[in-house]
Design a protein around this ligand. Sequence first.
Ligand SMILES: CC(C)(COP(=O)(O)OP(=O)(O)OC[C@H]1O[C@@H](n2cnc3c(N)ncnc32)[C@H](O)[C@@H]1OP(=O)(O)O)[C@@H](O)C(=O)NCCC(=O)NCCS
Length: 204
Amino acid sequence: MGSVFEASPTFSIESERLQISYFLPDSPEHCLFLVELWNSEEFMKTCGRTGIDTAEKASNFIRNRVHTDYARNHYGMFLVSLKPHEHASLAESTPIGSVSLMRGEPPNAYLAPDIGYAFLTKETGKGYATEAALALLAYAKKELGVDSVFGFCGTGDTYSARVLEKIGLEFRGPKKLKVFGGRESAVYALPIMSQDLTVYGLDD
Ligand SMILES: CC(C)(COP(=O)(O)OP(=O)(O)OC[C@H]1O[C@@H](n2cnc3c(N)ncnc32)[C@H](O)[C@@H]1OP(=O)(O)O)[C@@H](O)C(=O)NCCC(=O)NCCS
């Protein structure tokens, strides 16, 4: 692993309606899309303010943070685009959201990544978060050997919790997480994962 990883601009994980690809710091489309996504009212209500409010800041964030995750884990935050038709190329598709598998660096990292997602408000309620998350989980298991995955969401975040249930994760209770500044979060995990989550680094 390490810095030899190249995020190919033509790589995509395909699902029925979606394409999942790397965020590219030199793509004005990707940078402007991230600004739009992260500054929507819905996003800021559940995920807070990121401070990424210009294309330049988005480009720096993608280069310095997102690509560091790709290099370290071969996964991270991916762009989700909607295909206009079944056999569309990536260039023909329209960005509508993001889906991510994230595992931080010690000491603030657990031994399994967590799955996350965000979609433009006008595209929610159509099953896209569920479809993208299932495709990313299948890819990560098959190609990268990832078979332990967490899901974390705010305790009142019903849409997000519903997605975690629909992709097959189990509710394991509310816990205070070191990854989100000690805030209490609803913790979900794949059913095959030990009931004792301390083995993944979660405190009791
Ligand atoms: C959470 C989020 C990603 C869900 O995306 P989505 O594509 O709508 O998810 P899905 O359609 O796959 O499933 C969402 C579930 O919530 C329901 N839902 C989503 N939006 C809804 C709405 N506006 N009104 C009513 N129900 C809604 C869906 O009906 C579905 O449940 P169901 O299958 O039982 O009907 C999206 O609302 C979002 O981006 N929110 C802002 C960012 C965020 O909260 N990210 C996660 C926190 S880290």
